[in-house]
Structures are given as C-alpha cells and as structure tokens.
Design a protein around this ligand. Structure first.
Ligand SMILES: Nc1ncnc2c1ncn2[C@@H]1O[C@H](COP(=O)(O)OP(=O)(O)OP(=O)(O)O)[C@@H](O)[C@H]1O
Ligand SMILES: [Mg+2]
Length: 183
C-alpha cells in the first residue's frame, strides 16, 4: 500500500463489512518518540480463534470474489518491515481491534497520505455507523465523533454534499492546528 491512509481505509472497511455500529480510528504521530501508530477498533461480528490465527495469512479470506485477503497481511508486513509492531485481537460477537505501528523515520515507512479524505469517504459510505476519529501529535490532539456532528446537524443527513465538504475542511483545519497529517 502506498499510503497509510489507504491501510486505514482497508482495515476500517473490514469493520464495515463486519456490521460494526461503532468504529474508532486512532492515529498517533510522534516525532519525539519516532513512531506512527494506527488503532482501529470495532464492535462488529468479530472472529473466532481459528479465523484470527489465520487472518494474517494472505490466503485466508471470506470473500467469494477473490481467493486472497490482503488488507491485514499487508499492514502487518509493512509494520514489521519498518521496525514496528502489529497486533490483532478479536472476540466473536464483541468486535475486533487492529493495532499497527511504524518507526516514523524508517526509510520504508509509507507516507501518511490523506487521512481526512479517508475518514470522510468512510462516513459518506456508511452514515449510520458512528465513527470516532482521534488524531494525536506532539503538538496536541483532535477528535471527531459523528454522533456529535449528527446531533448538531439535526435533520440534515451526514452524507449531504455540503456536509461532506465542511467535514473535510474541518478535519484538515484541525490537523493543521496540531501539525498532523504531514509526515
Ligand atoms: N474487523 C473485522 N471483523 C470481523 N472479521 C474481520 C475483520 N477484519 C477482517 N476480518 C476477517 O478477516 C478476513 C481477512 O481480512 P483482509 O482485510 O485481510 O482481507 P479481505 O477483507 O477478505 O480482502 P481485502 O482486504 O483484500 O479486500 C476477512 O475476509 C474477514 O473474514
Ligand atoms: Mg479487507
């Protein structure tokens, strides 16, 4: 994957497919600690131990259109290749947590990419899912909760074009204020 934002999109789409009601996306970038980390947590259908053990193997997937699932194995490989770590935990009926971190200054670390567009496209595609997006840097922290946005919008749907444009700008402005999303 060329950019970490695309990994985020892929892992969060797994959560959407798992029928999650709430998806939390945590991104943390720290130049001081020389680390970038991504945590994606959902309350979807989860996986049993058997599936979980196999899920990092690129030849395991429940997809019927194609035989290999690549999202998880790719993220794991990228994390390991950049002196980072990967962890997945899951419980059937409860949900799934995926953690990946990368050494920020590693030459092979993919750029973070356009996280605002990734988050907004996830929201646009699944307006009924509650997304909690947190982004942390050495300069500060920013959080977006689509539940709060919905309450403020009242009758206006979350995936209205104007709302989407506003959300993208809102995220980018907040990222700028904590100097995030530039790595
Ligand atoms: N959050 C999740 N909740 C429940 N099951 C999951 C979750 N994430 C992954 N899985 C299971 O693990 C399998 C492998 O996931 P992975 O992202 O690697 O491949 P894929 O989604 O099947 O295909 P691709 O990502 O290449 O489109 C999925 O098919 C699904 O059965
Ligand atoms: Mg996938």
């Amino acid at each position: 994957m060329k950019e970490l934002s695309l990994n985020i999109l892929d892992i969060a789409n797994n959560s959407v497919k798992a029928k999650a009601g709430v998806i939390e996306i945590d991104v943390s970038e720290s130049e001081n600690a020389d680390i970038v980390s991504i945590d994606i947590t959902d309350d979807g259908c989860g996986m049993d131990e058997h599936m979980l053990a196999k899920v990092t193997d690129p030849f395991v997937t429940t997809r019927t259109t194609r035989k290999v699932g690549l999202g998880i194995p790719l993220l794991r490989q990228q994390a390991i290749d950049t002196d980072g770590h990967f962890k997945i935990s899951s419980q059937p009926g409860k949900g799934t947590k995926v953690h990946a971190d990368f050494r920020l200054t590693h030459l092979d670390r993919p750029p973070i990419g356009d996280v605002a567009s990734t988050v907004v496209s996830l929201i646009f595609a699944s307006p009924d899912i509650r997304f909690l997006y947190k982004h942390k840097t050495d300069k500060g922290e920013f959080m977006l909760d689509t539940q709060e946005v919905k309450e403020q919008l009242g009758d206006i749907p979350l995936n209205e074009p104007e709302v989407i444009t506003w959300l993208t700008e809102y995220i980018n402005e907040n990222l700028q204020s904590i100097e995030g999303g530039k790595i």
